[in-house]
Design a protein around this ligand. Structure first.
Ligand SMILES: [Zn+2]
Length: 288
C-alpha cells in the first residue's frame, strides 16, 4: 500500500494485522460501543464490533536532487525472534517483514534513517535482528533517530520490568553500534519531513509531518491507537503513560486536522490506514 504526498511516497509494510483481542488496550471500545460507529467497518472493525489493528512500518521516500533522496523507516514493529514480551503472541515471531520490505524496493541496506516515534515494544523491534547469538542493527547504513526526552525516560527508570528486555535487544545494540542520534521533539529530518511533538502516550512521543509541493500528511504514531478514538477522543489507551495529557494531545490534534486536506496515516490503523479527519456531530470521523 502506497500514498503520494507531493513528490514524497509513503509505503506501508505490514508485520501483523489482528481482529479482536484489543480490549486490554482500549477497554471502553466494547463491541456494543463500537458497532454504532458505522464508518469503522470494514477497515477498522468487523461486523461484530471487534476492532481490527495493524502493526506496520511506513517507509518515507523523498525525491532525489541536489541533496539526494532519503529513505526513512518510521517505526520498526515487533521484530523476529524477540523473547520475554508481555504479550505472548509477540514472542518469537517469524514474519516475512524484511523480505516484504525488500520486495517493495527497500532492501534494508538502502535505508538511511530510522525514526522511532517512541520506544514501546511494537515500535523498536526491527531496529535489530538476530545473527547467530547476537542482536545486530537491521539497518547498518541508517542513523536511528530517538527522542532525547523519550530515551532519557526509559533508560533512566527501570521499574517498568517489561521494558528491560526491549531495551536490551532492540535499543542498546544500536546505541552501542554508534548509530543513535538523540533528537528534540520538533526535529527536522529534511526539507519534506519533520517531527511534531505529541506527548502523553509517552513523555517524548512524536508524530511525523510530511510536506511536499503544497500537499501534507501526518503519521500519527500512537497519540491515537485506533480510528475509534477519532469518533471518541476521550477513549484512552491503557498504554498511555499520562492519559490526561494523551487526551489533550488527541483533542488538540483532531481540532487542528479537522476539515483540512492533510492525509492522516495511522500507525496502527488497519485496512486502508489513511484518510482525512472531518467533523461529525460533536466529534470526528476518518474519511477514506
Ligand atoms: Zn504502538
Amino acid at each position: 500500500m502506497k500514498w503520494r504526498v507531493g513528490e514524497v511516497t509513503v509505503t506501508k509494510i505490514v508485520e501483523i494485522e489482528v481482529t479482536g483481542g484489543s480490549r486490554f488496550l482500549l477497554p471502553q471500545a466494547t463491541p456494543e460501543a463500537v458497532l454504532p460507529i458505522g464508518w469503522l467497518q470494514p477497515d477498522f472493525a468487523d461486523e461484530r464490533g471487534r476492532l481490527k489493528m495493524s502493526i506496520h512500518a511506513l517507509v518515507v521516500e523523498t525525491p532525489g536532487g541536489k541533496t539526494g533522496g532519503r529513505r526513512i523507516v518510521v517505526d520498526t514493529c515487533l521484530g523476529n525472534d524477540k523473547e520475554n514480551r508481555r504479550i505472548p503472541t509477540w514472542n518469537n515471531l517469524q514474519t516475512s517483514f524484511l523480505a516484504d520490505l525488500a520486495a517493495a524496493g527497500y532492501a534494508r541496506e538502502t535505508i538511511d534513517t530510522v525514526i522511532c516515534t517512541h520506544l514501546h515494544v511494537d515500535h523498536v523491534g526491527w531496529n535489530t535482528m538476530l545473527v547467530g547469538e547476537r542482536w545486530v542493527p537491521t539497518f547498518p547504513n541508517a542513523r536511528y533517530l530517538m527522542g532525547r526526552v523519550e530515551f532519557a525516560h526509559w533508560t533512566g527508570q527501570h521499574e517498568r520490568a517489561d521494558m528491560i528486555p526491549v531495551l536490551a535487544d532492540s535499543v542498546t545494540p544500536v546505541w552501542d553500534a554508534g548509530l543513535v542520534d538523540l533528537i528534540e521533539t520538533d526535529h527536522r529530518i529534511c526539507g519534506e519531513v519533520s517531527l511534531v511533538p505529541t506527548p502523553g502516550h509517552t513523555p517524548g512521543h512524536v508524530s511525523v509531518r510530511i510536506a511536499s509541493q503544497g500537499e501534507e500528511a501526518l503519521i500519527t504514531g500512537d497519540f491515537m491507537h485506533h480510528p475509534c478514538q477519532i469518533a471518541r477522543p476521550d477513549w484512552s489507551s491503557t498504554a498511555d503513560s499520562d492519559p490526561d495529557e494523551a487526551r489533550r494531545t488527541r483533542e488538540a490534534m483532531l481540532t487542528d486536522l479537522a476539515d483540512t486536506p492533510i492525509l492522516v496515516i495511522g500507525t496502527h490503523f488497519a485496512g486502508r490506514t489513511a484518510g482525512r479527519i472531518v467533523r461529525d456531530g460533536d466529534a470526528y470521523r476518518l474519511a477514506i
